[in-house]
Design a protein around this ligand. Structure first.
Ligand code: MG
Length: 239
C-alpha cells in the first residue's frame, strides 16, 4: 500500500541535508526498570529473545550484564509481540570498532519488526542525517546530535505508537515515535512514513496491532543492557 503522494524537501539519505547541532548530554545514570515493566534483558537471561523469524535461541552473547552482538549470527526479536509501548534500551559502541559512516558501528531497533530507530555511533562519525543516531532511518533526522562518544553507554527512551489499518479504508493511523537519547529529545511525535527502507521512500503494508521488537545485526559487535518495555493502552482522551 502506497501512502498518498507527498512531496519532500530533501531526498532520502541526502548528504546535503544539514547536520543537526551537537548537544553535550548530562552524566550517565543507571535507571532501573519501573515495577510494571516487562524486562526483556536484565543482565543474563536471553529467554525473552529468539533469532528473528525463528524459534531458535539467539546467537548473541550475554556476559557481565551485557548483551553483545555476535556479528552475522542474525537479527534477534522478542519472543512476545508488542504494539504501542514505552521502550528503554542502553547501547554502546565499543572503542575497538572502526566507524566509517554507516559502516562499522551500526545496529537498530525495529518496532513491530518494521520501523527502525537507528543505532549508530554519531560522535565524530559523519553520515547522512536520516541515518545517524536518533534518526528514524531514511525518514527523520534527530532534532539534535546527543550521541555520546564510543565506549560510553547511550540511552534511548521511546514512546512508540503503531499504525492502525482498516480493511476497507486502508491506513487509518500512521505510526509515530517520540524519542529521548541520553535524556535529550531527538524525535517529537514524529510520523513514521512506512516500513523502513534503504534509498527509497517508505510505504505501509497492513499488519496486526502487535509484532516482535527486533534488534539489528548489521555485522558490528555493539553492546546492549537494561532493556525493558511497558505496553501502552490507547492514548488518553478528555473525559
Ligand atoms: Mg541500523
Amino acid at each position: 500500500m502506497q501512502s498518498q503522494q507527498r512531496s519532500f524537501r530533501w531526498d532520502v539519505h541526502d548528504m546535503t541535508r544539514p547536520q543537526p547541532p551537537a548537544v553535550q548530554t548530562g552524566a550517565a545514570c543507571v535507571m532501573t526498570p519501573p515495577s510494571d515493566a516487562i524486562v526483556l534483558f536484565g543482565g543474563s537471561d536471553t529467554s525473552k529473545w529468539v533469532k528473528a523469524g525463528s524459534e531458535s535461541p539467539i546467537g548473541w552473547k550475554a556476559d557481565g550484564g551485557v548483551l553483545s552482538i555476535v556479528p552475522r549470527t542474525g537479527d534477534i526479536a522478542t519472543r512476545d509481540s508488542f504494539g504501542d509501548c514505552q521502550f528503554h534500551i542502553e547501547w554502546m559502541v565499543p572503542t575497538d570498532l572502526k566507524c566509517d559512516g554507516q559502516k562499522g558501528c551500526n545496529s537498530g531497533i525495529f518496532f513491530m519488526s518494521r520501523y527502525e530507530l537507528q543505532i549508530l555511533n554519531s560522535s565524530g562519525n559523519v553520515t547522512y542525517v536520516d541515518g545517524m543516531a536518533g534518526s528514524m532511518y531514511g525518514q527523520h533526522p534527530p532534532l539534535v546530535n546527543a550521541c555520546r562518544p564510543q565506549g560510553q553507554w547511550n540511552v534511548y527512551d521511546v514512546i512508540f505508537r503503531g499504525p492502525r489499518f482498516d480493511a476497507a479504508a486502508g491506513i487509518v493511523r500512521t505510526a509515530s515515535m517520540t524519542v529521548l537519547l541520553n535524556g535529550v529529545l531527538v524525535q517529537e511525535n514524529s510520523e513514521v512514513l512506512g516500513e523502513t527502507a534503504h534509498m527509497r521512500r517508505a510505504s505501509y503494508s497492513p499488519h496486526g496491532e502487535r509484532a516482535p521488537i527486533k534488534l539489528q545485526d548489521h555485522g558490528d559487535a555493539l553492546q546492549f543492557r537494561n532493556i525493558w518495555v511497558r505496553p501502552l493502552a490507547a492514548p488518553a482522551v478528555a473525559e
